[in-house]
Structure formats: C-alpha cells, structure tokens
Design a protein around this ligand. Structure first.
Ligand code: SAM
Length: 267
C-alpha cells in the first residue's frame, strides 16, 4: 500500500476516533463537526442527509442515546436488508453500533450480528452501547473491511452504512464481501454514490474524503465492482441527494454460487 493510501486511511481513522470520543463524552458525532477541536482539520460534512434522522422514531427510541448520537450513516441498511429470524449479519464499518444493534433485534436470539471496524474508540463505544441496550447476540471485531477477520461462507447478510466510499481499496472490499457470504447470501447497503458523469476530481470538489463524498464510486463503478466480485441481481437506487450529482443510495445484490466456489475459499 502506498504511503498516500496509508495516510488517507489514518486520517479517516483519526476523524472517526474523534467522533467516538465526542459521543462518549456526552456530545454527538455532529458536535464534533461543529467546529470543535476534534474536527479542527476539516468538517465531516454532517447535515440532515446523514445520521440518526434517517431512522424511524421506533428504531431510535429502542436504542441507547449514545448509539443514536454516534450515527454517521447515510441511510438505514437494516430497513432495506429484509433481515429474518436466525440469520447472521455483518455490518462493515459498524461505528457506534446502531445498525448492528438493530440487526441483532431483527434476527432474534437464534441469529447474530457482527460489526467490523478499524477504530478502537468506535469499537469501545459500540460494545458499551450493546451492554446498555441489553443486547447479547452481537460481536464487535477489530479489523478492516478490506481484510475482514471472519471465516469464508459464514454470513447470510452483509450490511454497511456509508463506509465503502471511505475505503482506499474498494475491489478488496467487494471481494471480501463475496468471500464471507454463504452461497446465495445477500447485501443491503447504503452508501454515497456519484452520477456517472462526475469525474473523481468533480466528486472531490463537492466534499472531502473523510466526509464520505470524494471517495464515492459512481453508479457504473459500483455495479462493475459488484459484478467483478461475483454478485448478481444488482439494484442501486438513489434515495436522496447529498451534494450536486451525489446521492445516498440503497445497494442490493446476491452473491452467485460461483463467487465462492470458483475461488480458493471453497477449495
Ligand atoms: C461514516 S462512519 C459510519 C459508521 C456507521 N456505519 C454508522 O452508520 O453510524 C464510518 C465508520 O467506518 C469505519 N471505517 C472507515 N474505513 C474503514 C475501513 N477501511 N475498515 C474498517 N472500518 C472502517 C470508521 O472507523 C467509522 O466507524
């Protein structure tokens, strides 16, 4: 990995660590972006298009205030993933844990929800939130979404909320999703997606990388990555604008049987 990529990932980690510390100290992730020291080097560009306002009151009221306050996503993937009793769910970039906790409730005691995040401060916050919520069928694991620390073919549903745009190696993320999913498994993701006409430079004019804008894939790029990793039944639907020509979108797909069995993971 180049020095620049390493630096970018470290900038992302530092920024979200600061957000977690702000929430643990009684603030909100948004306070962190309101000009406080933790965001002195740039805004996370949170507004009404991001965070807890994208969840229904029923979801918000059922969780500890800190889990809600730490919400930094651009949608509600648990509402689009059609989770069922007994399923195993994995949330990529689980932050303060809001989507893991909601998933755990939806899959019930016979199911389980995992969260993977690279930021220690977020993992600590998420684990505390699980204890406060009294939810035990969850596990928060430290790791990157480019190298998920979970076994092959172990997950029914991968969810993620506004994180894949932050990855510095998106091909690896899609390949890892296919690897950990069971045959026929599915994804229900919310993420920022750019109009196909926007160049990477134009995306960067609309917002910074840590603020979930500059690193966004276009609709076509998202589809290409998913197809290359072995996904089918792909649907990418914009829900609301987050910047000119940039949208929050719901991404759904299923993994083909051959995505796993054509590779080493089934050998
Ligand atoms: C925009 S926040 C979203 C958090 C959560 N999904 C939510 O909706 O509130 C991004 C989260 O992803 C994590 N993250 C970013 N890049 C990551 C990577 N490459 N691997 C693992 N975690 C990552 C950050 O630490 C942070 O907790």
């Amino acid at each position: 990995m180049s020095e620049h990529i390493d630096e970018l990932r470290e900038t992302v980690r530092e920024r979200y660590a600061a957000a977690a510390v702000a929430v643990a100290g009684g603030g909100t992730a948004q306070d962190c972006c309101g000009g406080g020291d933790c965001c002195a080097t740039g805004a996370m560009e949170l507004d009404e298009n991001f965070g807890a306002s994208l969840y229904g009151a029923g979801d918000r009221d059922a969780l500890p205030i800190e889990a809600v306050a730490a919400s930094l996503g651009c949608g509600n993937p648990t509402a689009v993933a059609d989770l069922r009793d007994g399923e195993t769910v994995l949330d990529l970039g689980s932050g303060g844990g809001i989507d893991v906790l909601l998933s755990a409730r939806r899959v019930g005691a016979s199911g389980k929800a995992f969260g993977v995040d690279m930021t220690d401060e977020m993992l600590a916050l998420a684990r505390e939130n699980a204890v406060k919520a009294g939810i035990t069928n969850v596990e928060f694991v430290k790791g990157t979404i480019e190298s998920i620390p979970l076994p092959d073919s172990s997950i029914d549903v991968v969810i993620s909320n506004c994180v894949i745009n932050l990855s510095t190696d998106k091909s690896a993320v899609f390949a890892e999703m296919a690897r950990v999913l069971k045959s026929g498994g599915r994804i229900g993701i919310t993420d920022v997606v750019a109009d196909d006409a926007l160049t990477p430079a134009q995306r960067a004019e609309r917002g910074d990388y840590v603020g979930c804008i500059a690193g966004a894939l276009s609709f076509g790029e998202y589809r290409n990555h998913l197809e290359a990793a072995g996904f089918e039944n792909i649907r990418i639907e914009p829900t609301h604008a987050v910047a000119e020509g940039m949208h929050s979108a719901i991404v759904k797909a299923t993994v083909t049987d051959s995505a796993c069995c054509g590779s080493d993971c089934c050998s």
